[in-house]
Structure formats: C-alpha cells, structure tokens
Ligand binder design. Structure first.
Ligand SMILES: *Cc1c(COP(=O)(O)O)cnc(C)c1O
Length: 365
C-alpha cells in the first residue's frame, strides 16, 4: 500500500479554495460578476500586455532564474539591494518557501483567526501548528494579543497581513514598529503587503528590508497580473539565503517577469488604478450607508459590508450568487457578519449596486 507521508496523511481532504469557474460550472452559468477574489477590475497595464505579447514567440525559452532585470528594477524603487529581493510565483509560493525554511515540523506559527487562509495552508502542509487570536470586535487586528501569542508559543513565524485581508484594516508604521519590538527575537515576521500599494504611502514602513521580517509583495492586485502569478519578497539577505537553497529555480513564468517589469515602469497606470479604487471604496461606503449595511474602513481594493449577523451575511451572499454576482465572506466571528466585495470598475459597481439593492429588499435583517 503506497501512502503519503504522515504529515500529509494527517491533513483532512477538503477544498481549500473553490474558484469561480467551479461555481459557474456547478450552477450552469456562462458569466458571473467576479467580485470575490480581489482581482483588479482595471486590468493589467497596457504596457505589460504589449511587452508580454511581443515576447510570446520566445515562450520556448526558460525565464531568467535570477529574475535579474526585475530584481534590479525593484531594488531601485526600494531603498534596498538586489540581493534583498526574491521573485516568486506570487506571494502564495513565497509563503510555502518561508514555512519550509523557517518552521520545523511540530513548531508553531501565529496569526489572526480568519486572516488570509494560505498562511495556515502551508503551516499545516509542512507539519506545523497554527495558533490564532481573534480579531477585535471592530474588525481590527489585536496586535497585543498576537504578540503575546507569539511569546507564549515561542512562535517560529508570526503572520500579519497589512493592509489585512479580509478586514481591509491597516496599521501604520509606528504601530507596526511597536508590534515588531514586542515579538520574540527568534520569531520571523511574515509581513504580507499584498495591498500595500492601495494604502497611504506615508503610513507604510520605510521601503527597506527590515531585520527579522520578510515583506511579501505581489503584482496580482494593483498591477492586475493575478493570472501571470508573480510576486516578490523584500528581506535581509540572511533570510533569503535559505530560500535560495531550495526554491524552484524555474518557478517564475518567463512572460510574467517581462510583464511585471513593464507594469512596474507604468507609474501613470498604477496611479490611475489607485485613484479609481479609492473612488470605488467611497462609492461602496455610500451604497452601504444607503442600505443599512455599514462598511468597514478599507485600505485595500475591497470593502466589507457589515450585515449585522452571520445569518444575514450568508443569505445576502447566496442571493447575490443566484443573480450571478460572486462575492465572498469571512468564515469566523467577528468578521463572519460581513460580505467582502472587490472594488469593481464603474460598470461593475453599477451592476453590483442594483443587485445588492434588489437582494436587500428581500433578505431582511
Ligand atoms: C491576494 C492575496 C495574496 C495572493 O498573492 P499572489 O501573489 O497572487 O499569490 C497574498 N496575500 C494576501 C493577503 C492576499 O489577499
């Protein structure tokens, strides 16, 4: 009898993530308004599309395993050395690599309960334990409790998404610095900054590699390249060196590297997406106020509508889905009373507003 190793055998079979394609297949839908995965509604930069299209004929070549050009361009934008940059197939690949390198089987990591699920996915996958602390009732992250948990568990890794998914909340650089100093010195902080480009730049930590911290960034959100699968880490060389020993040398798609480099140089596009997203957040806040579904403050490209109870949030989510609108919702209290909706473009938002008005009239509080 051939068996998987005991770590893998111990993981219950399940569905970590059900994609919208599956939902469409199962519900017999040809189209759906995709507001469930915080994909960019504004598409990729036209410069990225042009650069990738021009290079398609070279798909027979492997990409540069050093991602030299992209790392050089990134290092110039950050106050960092090229050696402090590691390009990966999205943040999701990086998250696995960090666990593989810094958490031994049986060790513990800590996070907020119900934050980005891929954190726990890799911890469990490599035989670790995930301890989590509840969000505060106002949906902010309880940094004091998180640091205390890291101390109590002697955590190998502490996870913080900032801005956070799914709450959209944000802690500024000063609060973050206090939090870092409260962590045990042996604890690696995985600072997931997937949405940092949407936050107030003045409130972010200095654009450098920080001691003891792996900062994770992606081209999936603001840059609109989710399907290309590309992101990067900014970290001290001492933290990247172990990962260089075991990473997939050719794991980053060649075309993705080319697209990411072009996108990075399209400042006008990035600014436009940021501005349109800020307008979209304000439009959602107004819609929520109109319908008695107050929105949580968000520093991201999505907004949580507070439906006041888990039951009502579940019912609204399902009613929207029946009308072809895909959104998602957090699974754990206190955030499970919310529906999380990606900021769409102008026409997405118009459609979403009319569908939400229609379902709200039927699904009562
Ligand atoms: C979307 C998201 C990611 C995914 O990043 P990829 O680069 O697409 O793998 C990572 N972290 C958080 C918090 C996210 O919301």
């Amino acid at each position: 009898m051939i068996r998987a190793n005991s770590t893998i055998e111990a993981i219950p079979a399940g569905e970590p993530f059900i994609g919208p394609e599956r939902i469409m297949r199962e519900r017999g839908r040809q189209t759906m308004l995709r507001l469930g995965a915080n994909e960019s509604a504004f598409g990729p930069s036209p410069l990225a599309v042009a650069a990738m299209t021009a290079e398609l004929a070279h798909l027979s070549w492997y990409g540069d395993p050093d991602s030299y050009d992209l790392r050089t361009a990134l290092a110039e934008r950050w106050d960092a050395a090229r050696e402090e940059m590691l390009v990966t197939s999205g943040i999701d690949e990086l998250l696995g690599l960090v666990v593989r390198c810094f958490l031994a089987a049986g060790e513990t990591a800590v996070s907020s309960a119900g934050t980005y699920p891929t954190f726990a996915y890799h911890v469990i996958g490599y035989g670790g334990c995930m301890e989590s602390v509840s969000y505060r009732n106002d949906a902010s992250i309880d940094l004091d409790a998180l640091a205390a948990a890291a101390q109590r568990c002697d955590a190998a890794i502490c996870y913080l998404a900032n801005p956070d998914n799914p709450s959209g909340s944000f802690v500024d650089a000063d609060a973050l610095a206090r939090f870092r100093s409260a962590l045990p010195s042996r604890t690696l902080l995985l600072l997931d900054e997937a949405y940092a480009e949407f936050a107030d730049p003045a409130a972010l930590p200095v654009p450098r590699a920080l001691p003891g911290v792996v900062r994770a960034r992606t081209f999936s959100k603001l840059y609109g390249l989710a399907g290309a699968r590309i992101g990067y880490a900014v970290a001290p060389q001492t933290l990247l060196a172990p990962m260089l020993k075991v990473r997939l040398q050719y794991g980053v798609n060649r075309n993705a590297q080319i697209g990411a480099l072009a996108a990075l140089n399209d400042d006008a596009f990035a600014r436009d997406v940021r501005e349109r997203t800020v307008r979209g957040r304000a439009a959602y806040a107004a819609l929520g106020a109109e319908l008695g579904l107050p929105t949580l403050d968000s520093a991201t490209n999505f907004v949580c509508f507070d439906c006041s109870s888990r039951e009502r949030a579940d019912a609204l989510l399902e009613a929207l889905l029946q009308r072809g609108v895909w959104t998602r919702k957090p699974g754990l209290a206190p955030l499970d009373r919310c529906v999380r909706v990606t900021v769409g473009n102008e026409s997405d938002r118009e459609r979403f507003a009319s569908e939400l008005r229609a379902v709200c009239a039927r699904v009562t509080a």
